[in-house]
Structure formats: C-alpha cells, structure tokens
Design a protein around this ligand. Structure first.
Ligand SMILES: CCC[C@H](O)CC(=O)SCCNC(=O)CCNC(=O)[C@H](O)C(C)(C)COP(=O)([O-])OP(=O)([O-])OC[C@H]1O[C@@H](n2cnc3c(N)ncnc32)[C@H](O)[C@@H]1OP(=O)([O-])[O-]
Length: 719
C-alpha cells in the first residue's frame, strides 16, 4: 500500500509500504494514484514528498507479478501525472531506488538521496529494459553516454555518483525525509517547467550514429546472445533521436518482445534462485533458519599457491585478520609478493586502502594456534591433505572450524583425521578466488549444521554466492562437468573438431567452449588426476580396449595430447595453437586435425558430419542428466542450487537460467527422449542412461521447476 499523511502543515507525504523492498505491486500502485489525487486536490498541500518505509525507497516493479495477469494502474500514466502536477513533487530516496523505483523518482520534479543510498536501472539483468519511461527520461537527464552505461549494465551507483551525474539534486547525510520535506517547502512557487524531464531534449552527442554503432558492436560481442542489452541500446537510441512520445512508443514495442521472452523468464528465475540458495538445508533437516553460526574474527589460509593467494586476498579485503601459511621457502617469497600486488590492484579498483596490514605471513603452522577458522588450500593430494588436517587438529585451539578448498576430494576422509570432525567442511572457491563469485560449501556426513552456517555466513560476508552441497566426487560443479567433457571428447572421435564444438557451445552462450577451457586451465591437470586414477595407458593403449577403461567408454585423446607436450596456453600448443606460450589468442591448428584423423584411422572410426544441435544435445543433456542424479542422491537440495553453481562458477549463460532451468524450458520429455536415443546408440556410456528422477518427473506430467523439490521428496521416499 501507500500511506498518505499531511506533514509540516503543507506537505503531502506519500510513504510506500510493501516490505521488504516496497516493490510497486498492484496495491502500492493503487495507493500512489489515490494519494497523489488527495495531495493535488487538497488546497492545504503546497508540495509533495514520496518516500518508502523502513529506510528503503523502492525496489522497482514487483517481479513476482510478472507472468501473472497484471492488474492495477499502469506505471507510465502514473509517472506522467506526477510530472504534470502543478505542485512540486520530491522523491526522498533512502536505501535504494531501482528499476521502476528510480523511474518513479524520475517522474518527480526533484530527487534527494541519502548518502548511503544506491540507485540504478537493473532491468537488463532481468531480461527487460526500463520500460516505465526510464529509457527515455534518464538519457534526457544525464546524457546519452552515461545513460547507456547505466541501462546496459544495470549497475547500482552510489548517491555521490548519482549527484555527480545530475541524477539526484541533493545528498543528505541524516534524515532524508525531513530534508526532502524542508526542500519541498523551499521550492513552492518556483516554475516546474524546467523540472519535467520528458520535456527535455537529450543533450546533443557528436557523431551520435558512430557512438551507437560502437556500443552496439561491443554489446553484441559481450552479451553472448542476450537480447535485453541490445534492446536497451535501441531504446536509448530512440531517446536520443526521436521526440519523447515516439521514443516511449519504441520503448513499449521493445519491452513487449522482451517481456514474454524465454530469456526474461530465465533471468528472473536466476534472480529468485540466487535468493533461494541462501536458505540452505541439509538432508538431516538442519537449515539456515535453525542453525546458528559463530562469529569469525581471525582466519588462516594454509598453502599459498594460486588458490590460497586468492583466498587470503578475499579474506583480507573483507576485513578479516589472516594468517597466511606456506612452508616452502620459494613459494612463500613468491606468494608474499603476489598477494601484495593483488591487494594493491584491488585497492586501486575499489578506491579503498590496500589491506596489507590484515595479513600476517608465516612458514610455521604454530602461527595459527589462535585462529577461529582455517582454509586449507594445499596441493590436491589426499595423502598430503590428510597430513595437514592431522596437524591442524593438533595445532588449533578446540572449536576451530577446519575447511578445505578441495575441488573434488572426499571431505569425510579429511574430517576423519581430526579430533572434531563435526567442524570440518569444504569451502570450494573458484579461481581467481578473490574475483569469482561462487563458493560451494560442502558438508560431509559428520559436518555440523553450525560449521555449514559458519561457512555460508563467511561466504556471504566475502560477497560470494554460496551454495551448500553434499559430499561426493566433484561435488556438484565438477561432477556435472565430467559427462559434459566426456561427450566433447567422444564427438571429436566421431568427426568433430575442437573449434566446431567450441563454436556451438559459445553460440549457445558459454563464455568459452570446452576445448578453450582445457587450453586455459592446462591439459596436464586432468592428465595427472587420470594417471592417479589408473586410467592412463602409454600411447593411449591399443586395440579395442584402448577406448574402454574400467568397463566404460573412455577417450584417451587428452592423454595423447599431453604425451605430445601440448598442455594448452602455457605451452603455446593445445587443442588450438597460440603465437607463443601464455598467449590467449586461440587459432585452429592443422596439426590437431591431422592428429584426430590419424587417431580415427587407428581405431577404425569413420568421421561423420556433426551438427551444432548434436553438440548441444550430447554435451548439455549428459550434464543435465548428471544434475538429475545429483538431485536424486540428495547432493543438492534443489535445482536452483545446481543452476546458481553453473551460472556463477562455470560460465553457463545466465540468460539460459542454468542447466536444470534450461531442461525445464526445452521440455523434460524431449530431454528424456534424446537421452534415451543417445544411450541406445552408446550403451558403453552409462552417463547417458536417463536417471530415475528424470523418468519420474516425465511420468508425472513434467511439473514446472518450482515443483521439482516436491517431486524429489516422492522419488526419495520411493527409492
Ligand atoms: C513496466 C515495468 C518497468 C520496470 O522498469 C520494470 C522493473 O522495475 S523490474 C524490477 C527492477 N528492480 C530490480 O531489479 C531490483 C531487484 N532487487 C534487488 O536488486 C535487491 O532486492 C535490492 C537491491 C533491492 C535489495 O537487496 P537486499 O537487501 O540484499 O535484499 P534481497 O535481494 O535479498 O531481497 C529481499 C526480498 O525482496 C524480494 N525482492 C527484491 N526486489 C523485488 C522486486 N522488485 N519485486 C519483488 N520482490 C523483490 C527478494 O526476492 C527477496 O525476497 P525473499 O522472499 O526474502 O527472498
């Protein structure tokens, strides 16, 4: 609702009330219309202030209403009537004004923001554009280049930046509503013509066509197939080149296309999924609302390789005191230098002081005796990790949480080495750990809910999107990656090239195709793991058994590449060729094509034409099938957990919602039918066999993704 009151004898105060962010749902919109009518018709009222309750102006249109038959007054006429009012209307922005909330403020004659408030037009992140005249008013107010930047990125800006851009008129340090009320009184009687933004001309831009062409090109390159950023540019272009009324019409047409698009549905799903995963639960019933963490003041990082350095930086930048331990002399010296550089660069970017004084470096494990939490980031070797956990258990004070950054290994085996296994959890960061947003928090069978709560809270403080998952090889992210990568290899054997597969995946929206990722991360990494698992045979093995290991299909192609010393970017040769070692510019390599032809000839494989569609179906459906198995095994609490892990950690295009949401969009019967087809053609590839949960969901009429948790419960009870 919106509450109306008369304050200071002459100011009509309209307070938006719709917790938690005062979104502009139908009831609020009705409230605003009624309140404005009261204020404008009351002769006692000389000016109007609009604010939001509980220190929050407005989070925009009510996203939950999208997809329903939206009733109630529309926003555009409401904002026009505010702008046309003959009494000054002032927006008092506390907390934030986002999307429709900022558009509401742009319909007012003046905007006053609290110094801690943020504003922005984040519609693009929901697959939309600011279609309550925001795309037309903002460029008129702050100019085309600044508006393009805000609207196409959706970034939230501070009140100080908003003031600098001319988006707000004043910044208040204390009571914003009081300040706005006094301000509203002070402008009574002044002409409002110059305050009605829709009457403004966009400030002229030299070479407007060139500017838009450049922006459009850049967006096409970076948006990876997302349509909303392109529509945003088109809408701002309309503002720059057309009269307001025509620009508004263009905004409406563009919004009509976006509003019902699959991309908007996917992005809005991601918005809510990100919030759902913070409400974690464990199979034993423990959950975020029943499990309390403990405050962490001092943390330690053990092992200062690439991951340990990033984790130490992320902790220090969040304000934690960190003891960074590395026992090898050379690595210790290199790490100190590297961490200092990372902190400096971070400080430059954020404008804050570099947090050098937050980190104490030591080569001695005794230095961590008094920390509250340890994150182990030593080499990915179980024997080494077990030894470290034994030492940690001896050195640390009782009650210290012991976390491992392992990306695949069994948490439970490490916990078994300690005196308090209930305090052991996985904190799987992604490289570079001070940049990447994802954190998989992994609970083993003995991890206490308190330890999970601590790791989740720590992740949140560090600005990570944290997802709690169960313990299994590879957890969620890497476990699902395996069948995807297997399929990519099998497709090479059957006739594809690395560039054909990568192109299909990149056109789908992945930041990088599977083979470019291999080259970036180093082919030798997986080779080492496969050797430890006893999968690697010299020369790739021979005869029929060369393509079978442990009873299932195996492609030795990656091993053969490593035998040739082709480790990827670092050696200047991998699945692609590079100008020099360390270069990133991947070019197709005729050597690789000959290598594949020789391989096929040796194994009696006849190359066939492989379509982009087949690449997508084979790689993605195999991955999705593993996702269903993960749900079936209770490793992830719901499909949202999987999708958020993939969107934030594995370059899955956000506008496709994550693998499980994508399966839901494609249609579960189709996914099942294609998996059945591929499984029949490849009986030695068990990951293509459709799993029980997928079959049961299809058999029960393919309920929407929001109902899968319910269906999962039934599957668990029937298994
Ligand atoms: C014609 C229309 C044109 C118009 O241009 C379109 C728009 O305005 S599109 C909109 C453009 N606006 C945006 O894109 C802004 C979207 N919102 C945000 O970015 C953040 O919520 C905000 C920064 C406001 C607060 O962050 P924070 O303090 O960390 O808090 P939090 O994030 O945890 O949210 C708390 C709870 O509020 C919920 N909820 C939030 N917003 C909305 C909403 N608009 N609606 C419904 N619900 C919303 C959220 O789901 C959560 O619910 P729950 O059940 O507790 O999980």
């Amino acid at each position: 609702m919106a509450q109306y009151s008369l304050v200071s004898g002459s100011v009509g105060l309209i307070t938006l009330k719709n917790p938690p962010v005062n979104a502009l749902g139908a009831v609020v919109r009705h409230g605003i219309v009624d309140s404005v009518e009261k204020a404008l018709s009351d002769p006692k009222v000389k000016s109007v202030v609009i604010c939001g309750q509980n220190g929050m102006f407005c989070g925009g249109a009510d996203i939950k209403e999208f997809g329903t038959d939206m009733k109630g007054p529309p926003l555009i006429p409401m904002f026009h009537s505010l702008e046309a009012a003959n009494k000054p209307v002032v927006a008092a922005i506390e907390g934030g004004a986002f999307g429709g909330g900022l558009e509401l403020a742009l319909g007012c004659h003046y905007r006053i923001a609290h110094s801690k408030a943020k504003v922005g037009l984040p519609e693009v992140t929901l697959g939309l554009l600011p279609a309550a005249a925001g795309s037309q008013r903002l460029p008129r107010l702050i100019g085309v280049p600044a508006a393009l930047n805000l609207i196409t990125t959706g970034r939230h800006i501070t009140a100080a930046e908003a003031l600098q851009l001319g988006l707000v008129d004043q910044v208040a340090d204390h009571n914003t509503v009081d300040t706005a009320v006094k301000f509203a009184q002070s402008v009574v009687g002044k002409s409002l013509d110059s305050r009605r933004i829709s009457n403004f001309q966009c400030p002229p831009v030299p070479n407007v066509d060139v500017l838009f062409e450049e922006v459009m090109q850049k967006i096409r390159q970076t948006s990876r197939g997302a349509i909303a950023p392109i529509a945003c540019v088109q809408a701002v272009r309309a503002a720059a080149t057309l009269p307001y009324k025509d620009g508004l019409q263009k905004e409406k047409e563009l919004m009509a296309t976006l509003f019902t698009s699959g991309q908007a549905r996917s992005l809005q799903y991601c918005f809510f999924a990100q919030r759902v995963v913070s409400r974690w639960s464990m199979p034993n019933g423990a959950s975020w609302d029943t499990s309390k963490g403990r405050p962490i003041h001092k943390a330690a990082v053990i092992g200062l390789g690439t991951m340990g350095r990033g984790i130490a930086v992320a902790l220090a930048q969040t304000g934690f005191s960190v003891v960074a331990v590395e026992t090898q002399e050379k690595q210790f010296m290199d790490a100190k230098k590297a961490v200092a550089g990372m902190l400096e660069r971070g400080a430059k970017r954020s404008g804050k002081v570099a947090a050098h004084d937050k980190i104490i470096y030591s080569q001695n494990l005794q230095a961590i005796a008094d920390v509250d939490l340890v994150i182990e980031a030593v080499f990915e070797d179980m024997a080494l990790k077990k030894r470290v956990f034994r030492q940690l258990s001896d050195v640390c004070k009782p009650g210290t949480f012991l976390c491992t950054n392992t990306s695949t290994l069994d948490i439970d085996q490490m916990a078994a080495e300690t005196r308090q296994p209930e305090l052991v959890v996985g904190m799987h960061f992604f490289a570079p750990a001070h940049v990447m947003k994802l954190l998989e928090v992994v609970y083993g069978p003995r991890s206490s809910p308190e330890a999970v709560a601590v790791a989740m809270q720590l992740g949140k403080k560090m600005g990570k999107v944290s997802v709690a998952v169960g313990n299994c090889r590879g957890f969620v992210g890497n476990r699902m990656l395996k069948p995807y990568r297997d399929q990519a290899y099998f497709l090479l054997e059957e006739g594809a090239t690395p560039e054909l597969i990568d192109q299909a995946l990149e056109e789908f929206g992945f930041a990088m195709g599977a083979f470019k990722v291999y080259d970036l991360s180093g082919l030798d990494v997986g080779w080492k793991v496969r050797k430890e698992e006893g999968l690697v045979l010299p020369g790739g093995g021979s005869g029929k058994s060369a393509r079978i290991r442990q009873g299932v299909r195996y492609s030795p192609l990656g091993d053969l590449m490593c035998e040739e010393g082709r480790f990827g970017q670092k050696t200047g040769r991998g699945w692609y060729q590079y100008d020099k070692p360390g270069s990133r510019d991947a070019k197709p390599d005729p050597w690789v094509h000959r290598f594949l032809e020789d391989y096929r000839a040796r194994h009696g494989l006849v190359a066939r034409r492989i379509s982009n569609q087949e690449v997508l179906e084979r790689c993605l459906y195999a991955m999705i099938n593993e996702g269903f198995r993960i749900l079936e095994d209770g490793i992830a609490a719901g499909p949202e957990d999987i999708d958020i892990i993939y969107v934030f950690g594995y370059g899955w295009p956000r506008h496709r919602g994550g693998p499980m949401f994508y399966a839901n969009m494609v249609g579960l019967p189709i996914v099942l039918e294609r998996l059945e087809h591929f499984a029949q053609a490849n009986p030695d590839v068990p990951t293509l066999q459709p799993c029980n949960l997928l079959r049961k969901l299809v058999a029960s009429g393919s309920p929407p993704i929001s109902k899968w948790r319910e269906a999962m419960k039934n599957v668990h009870s029937q298994l």
